[in-house]
Design a protein around this ligand. Structure first.
Ligand SMILES: NC(=O)c1ccc[n+]([C@@H]2O[C@H](COP(=O)([O-])OP(=O)(O)OC[C@H]3O[C@@H](n4cnc5c(N)ncnc54)[C@H](O)[C@@H]3O)[C@@H](O)[C@H]2O)c1
Length: 382
């Protein structure tokens, strides 16, 4: 391959030295597993000060602060829920909402209504109705709301979007996406309807959907025909007793979605299956197609290069897109890009108006499965 071709894949080094004038006061709501991924970015960003932590479980936030070395660096106030935290921390600039899915909406809405910017973990919410309510609160507040899709910060993920947006593939008309694990059902709050709301569909399905919808510019979903099942989470041949006892969400979901612009989206996701993979991600266009091998690419992890298929000079050709490395860890990019939007009053790095459509598909799959037929997606003007 020529130098000219290779050079276009070179990394630009991102070095930005900014003078710290005012520190942004931030807090974490929900000090479970994912909250720990925020601790290094907070410590590494010079313009950030952690002022408060909240968790419903008594003593959990305090233990979290000790465990991750936060008490040495910050003066932290502790609260028993999001409400007390937001009511008492008057100068708060932003909160990271790291609660389980069923409390995403109430935490985000409460923060926005009190003039606090929000970085909300994925999935956006559980239902479309909740997502609409959060978007309305965001609009009214004029604050920044970003949704926690860190795979978007991965250079290979960005390359998918660049390829599609370059027009090289022509008009996109059919997409297959999804993935998952042969056996990888999480535990804890992820498998209970009361806390998770949805299973694999929301947990990892939202990533797969974002991977392709972001690449094609998030067209509106028009109809959804969906299916969900949960055969493995309750089967002692596959999971432990704890899981069998508590599991009441989906471990597999699939959907056939018609998107605005005449694009078809064929999607499936699994926490467990008797199969290695439900297929690669493919984006088919009138001038070319892209194949993203089914690794954990839905999670920002690329093990194999993507392939572009085109017709050139009357011949079928295909070429691999060299894998890129991302010079920083994804959570640092996720937190920093959100805080830059807060500071500069610019658009959120992962805007809710896009993820609203992601949520509409997840919600549509659940509702279509319940009804046993295709549903029409209805989203009011926000
Ligand atoms: N971005 C990622 O890579 C990633 C990875 C894992 C999980 N997540 C998401 O992060 C969220 C949390 O996951 P987790 O594994 O940390 O779950 P978890 O159950 O370990 O932690 C959630 C915590 O939130 C607390 N909580 C719930 N409602 C609260 C409220 N109103 N006020 C204060 N605290 C509250 C709970 O007590 C619990 O300690 C989930 O939505 C999950 O989908 C994201």
């Amino acid at each position: 391959m020529s130098d000219k071709v290779l050079n276009q894949f070179k990394q630009e080094e991102e070095v930005e030295v900014k003078e710290v004038t005012k520190k942004l006061k931030v807090a974490i709501i929900g000090t479970g597993w994912i909250a720990s991924a925020y601790t290094n970015p907070i410590k590494e960003l010079a313009n950030v000060e952690l002022v408060a932590l909240a968790d419903l479980v008594p003593g959990k936030a305090e233990k979290f602060a000790e465990k991750y070395g936060l008490t040495e660096k910050y003066n932290i106030n502790y609260y028993p829920s999001h409400k007390e935290l937001i009511d008492n921390e008057k100068d708060l600039d932003a909160v990271f909402v790291c609660t389980y899915n069923t409390t995403h909406a109430e935490c985000a809405i409460y923060a926005l209504e009190h003039g606090v910017n929000v970085l909300l973990e994925k999935p956006f919410t559980v239902t479309l109705e909740e997502a609409i309510a959060v978007c309305k609160a965001e609009k009214k507040s004029g604050k920044v709301l970003s949704i926690g899709f860190q795979p978007r910060m991965d250079e290979n993920m960005r390359m998918i979007k660049k390829i599609v947006q370059s027009g090289e593939l022509g008009q996109i008309y059919y997409i297959q996406t999804g993935g998952g694990r042969r056996l990888g059902i999480p535990g804890g709050t992820f498998i209970k309807k009361e806390t998770a709301g949805v299973g694999a569909l929301g947990d990892i399905g939202c990533y797969s959907l974002d991977l392709v919808l972001n690449a094609i510019g998030y067209p509106k979903p028009l109809t959804v025909s969906g299916y969900t099942s949960g055969f493995f989470g309750v089967n002692p041949e596959y999971v432990n007793d704890e899981c069998v006892k508590n599991f009441n969400v989906d471990d597999f979901g699939a959907g056939f979605i018609r998107l605005e612009g005449g694009i078809i989206l064929d999607f499936r996701i699994a926490w467990a299956m008797n199969l290695n993979t439900p297929g690669d991600t493919i984006i088919m266009g009138t001038k070319g197609s892209l194949r993203v091998p089914s690794t954990e690419c839905w999670n920002g992890t690329f093990e194999k290069p993507m392939t572009v298929y085109k017709r050139v000079a009357g011949e079928h050709i295909e070429y691999e897109v060299p894998l890129k490395t991302t010079p920083e860890y994804l959570f640092l990019r996720k937190v920093r890009s959100f805080l830059e939007a807060v500071e500069n009053g610019t658009e959120a790095p992962v805007p809710s108006k896009e993820i609203l459509y992601n949520q509409a598909i997840i919600d549509g799959i659940v509702k279509s499965n319940e009804l046993g037929r295709e549903i029409v997606v209805e989203i009011p003007e926000i």
